[in-house]
Write a protein that binds this ligand. Structure first.
Ligand SMILES: Nc1nc2c(ncn2[C@@H]2O[C@H](COP(=O)(O)OP(=O)(O)OP(=O)(O)O)[C@@H](O)[C@H]2O)c(=O)[nH]1
Ligand SMILES: [Mg+2]
Length: 183
């Protein structure tokens, strides 16, 4: 399968009719790793330090006429108020400009940690925009069954959106993700 890195955007997003599959979630939750797992590449930069992906990265799948869109993570403590506002502004513009193109938003939540307040805010925000989204529990290899159940239960209190359990490390959930993205 052919994947092309289109670029890191802070604005001036692509204007075309291709579809967007969006990866959102707090910093370090595993967005870039999941993109790599899904595509079988190491194109999306994975970092040990959280908060490294600052721009919006577009990867293009010719075959599906679809972009995978890697959003910078939220909730990274070590950023200034100004940076946070810039981030927010960039995200708002992205969702405004590409709204019609968005096929699904994958909202990533750490399976072990469970939803943080910012994750719950993101759920509310996505719901209010009427965007189709899927809850993607990440790093399941590091979570016990009990922790996963607890995470699911807490998510259920916030939304009835579908969820899937994934591990970029073990390849868990790849087929389901694929189905939601391209099926
Ligand atoms: N055990 C385990 N570790 C993972 C998994 N997915 C990601 N990680 C680790 O979590 C860290 C963050 O992963 P990234 O993919 O860079 O996370 P991100 O959401 O893109 O982070 P930002 O770009 O900073 O927002 C890295 O050290 C990864 O190796 C997983 O499924 N299992
Ligand atoms: Mg990243």
């Amino acid at each position: 399968m052919k994947v092309r890195f289109i670029g890191s955007f802070y604005g001036n997003f692509p204007e075309d009719d291709f579809r967007d599959v969006v990866f959102a979630g707090r910093s370090n939750v595993g967005k870039s790793s999941l993109i790599n797992m899904l595509l079988g590449t190491d194109m999306a930069r994975v970092s040990k330090e959280p908060g490294r992906t600052r721009a919006i990265n577009f990867f293009f799948l010719e075959e599906y006429k679809t972009y995978l869109v890697d959003l910078p993570g939220y909730g990274f403590a070590k950023v200034s108020k100004r940076e946070r506002e810039e981030w927010r502004h960039m995200i708002d513009i992205y969702f405004e400009k590409r709204r019609e193109n968005i096929r699904v938003v994958f909202l990533l939540i750490d399976a072990r940690v469970g939803p943080t307040q910012l994750d719950l805010d993101a759920i509310e925000w996505l719901s209010s925009l009427g965007l189709p989204y899927l809850l993607v529990l990440t790093k399941s290899d590091r979570a016990g069954q009990k922790e996963i159940s607890q995470t699911v239960k807490r998510l259920r209190e916030a939304t009835d959106a579908n969820y899937i359990i994934t591990s970029a490390k073990e390849g868990r959930g790849k087929r389901e993700l694929w189905k939601y993205a391209f099926g």
